[in-house]
Write a protein that binds this ligand. Structure first.
Ligand code: ZN
Length: 276
């Protein structure tokens, strides 16, 4: 879920779909839109020699896509043993139940309502399917239930909608909160500093080979938008739609409803900061 087209000065990523790192391969779902960019990236992640794979975000309820993910894993000699969700938005999670039927794999997510099987998913969890190591990194802000997955062996992090391959993400207020989102970006940034993470494998758009640059760009963009929203409020724009028309004048109008969610998150953040 994006709120802007490619931004000037933003790092450009590589092609979408296919192998991205030694352990991660993207199957692009056929659901492109202004909100989903090229479509949802469904990720197959596995140790090269393992017979089992983890799938992150099966994507929309599109049987051909879900079967294609299973077939792609099979071509790699792997059975899907576990399904993980970065968050509950339908373009990532709607196909999960059908995918679980096709693969017999449990579905783990932060939100209990999205789980199938015994196990939950949250801070500190480490996935070890087939010798693969995936560390769960809570990254609320886009939504309250957003998770990222650190893949240390490939110096990569799978970010769902928290960091996208192009544009910037929506802080989907009121579920998503800007203070949380900024903290999550800083947590991801510290992975690039402390753990040497170099690649972002996003939920939409191309892989980013300069994770730290991309996250710094996001933080700068958020600070810039927040300053614009603050200025709009000072200039007398009071309601979220007024602020959107003022601040997002350069953004395609089809994205204004999403921008309004981000503006509500920013107004809420400013009000809380003012009250603190
Ligand atoms: Zn989303």
């Amino acid at each position: 879920m994006t709120d802007a087209a490619a931004l000037p000065g933003q790092p450009r990523g590589g092609p979408i779909g296919g192998p991205a790192t030694a352990r991660a391969l993207c199957v692009l779902a056929p659901n492109p839109s202004p909100m989903t960019l090229d479509g949802t990236n469904t990720w197959i992640v596995a140790e090269p020699d393992a017979a089992v794979a983890v799938v992150i975000d099966p994507g929309p309820l599109d049987d051909a896509h879900l079967r294609n993910v299973v077939a792609t894993a099979e071509r790699l000699g792997k059975r899907v043993a576990l399904t993980l969700l970065t968050h509950g938005h339908p373009d990532h999670a709607e196909g999960a139940a059908r995918f679980a039927e096709l693969t017999g794999s449990p579905v783990r997510a932060l939100d209990p309502a999205l789980r199938l099987g015994e196990e939950g998913l949250g801070a500190g969890d480490v996935i070890t399917t087939g010798g693969l190591e995936l560390r769960v990194v809570p990254t609320p802000g886009h939504t309250a239930d957003s998770l990222s997955f650190h893949l240390p062996a490939d110096a990569a992090v799978l970010t769902g909608d928290t960091v996208l391959g192009r544009g910037t993400t929506v802080v989907a207020h009121p579920d998503g909160r800007l203070g949380d989102y900024l903290d999550s970006l800083r947590a991801l940034r510290s992975l690039t500093v402390d753990d040497g993470v170099s690649h972002v494998l996003p939920g939409h758009g191309p892989v980013l080979a300069d994770a730290q640059g991309a996250i710094d760009h996001y933080l700068a963009h958020r600070a810039q938008r927040l300053a614009q929203v603050e200025a709009a409020v000072r200039a007398g724009h009071r309601t979220a739609p007024e602020v959107v028309a003022h601040v997002y004048a350069d953004v395609d109008r089809t994205l204004w409803p999403a921008a309004e969610l981000s503006v509500r998150a920013q107004l809420d953040y400013l009000a809380q900061r003012g009250a603190a």
